[in-house]
Write a protein that binds this ligand. Sequence first.
Ligand SMILES: Nc1ncnc2c1ncn2[C@@H]1O[C@H](COP(=O)(O)OP(=O)(O)O)[C@@H](O)[C@H]1O
Ligand SMILES: [Mg+2]
Length: 255
Amino acid sequence: MATLEIRDLHVSVADGAEDGKEILRGVDLTVKAGETHALMGPNGSGKSTLAYAVAGHPKYQVTSGTVTLDGEDVLAMSVDERARAGLFLAMQYPVEVPGVSVSNFLRSAITAVRGEAPKLRDFAKELKAAMDALSIDPAFAQRSLNEGFSGGEKKRHEILQLELLKPKIAVLDETDSGLDVDALKVVSEGVNRFGAAGETGTLLITHYTRILRYVKPDFVHVFSGGRVVAQGGPELADELESEGYEKYAKAGASA
Ligand SMILES: Nc1ncnc2c1ncn2[C@@H]1O[C@H](COP(=O)(O)OP(=O)(O)O)[C@@H](O)[C@H]1O
Ligand SMILES: [Mg+2]
């Protein structure tokens, strides 16, 4: 069973005005295939930094700690190698690429992950089946990548990638403000679907406690001050929704 293990991870911002500022201060987290984890915490607590560090973004420098997927050193892998190893990392701010269709993009992504390009006919069938399964309008495949996408469309594209790429572990960093109800439902249905399938482990990163009305996580982690400060089951999500993060802000700051 696929396992992503993050151990005592420390990360600093590698450039910019705040050069060398430590953002992650000893993160421990384990995500296994078939599990849905929600990582929740206040704005600025370092949630996106964790996603970027696991994705291998050059701005974020791992100063100590380990990230492994089935025992393999993820931090030693290139971004492409991470994808091929079965990691899927959804960008919080996807780039617009006029002239590249969703269909073209998805075929390239599949090629990168599988190491060979699927035959066009096979790919067309596969894409149609995935879009049907997710009730996505076939015209969506011909849209320019991310151009003018609504929140819901961005999320639909994210879930479509999951359906086609079938990663072992998916890290989904959700915008704190940009999630309209439509987008929220798309993400939730996708996450629940992949959780039920049992093949993918999902780390859903969000500030937005309301998403947990729709997603039923197996584990909830509270993030504060660059660390996990509390963990629990779904009941922790209910507590966060009614009481907020206040109680945990201190735990993060005092570390
Ligand atoms: N590229 C960067 N340059 C400078 N500071 C950054 C950068 N990325 C994140 N930070 C800082 O790290 C902290 C955590 O940010 P972030 O990971 O985006 O938190 P969250 O996703 O929980 O809102 C913030 O104080 C933020 O200003
Ligand atoms: Mg963030």
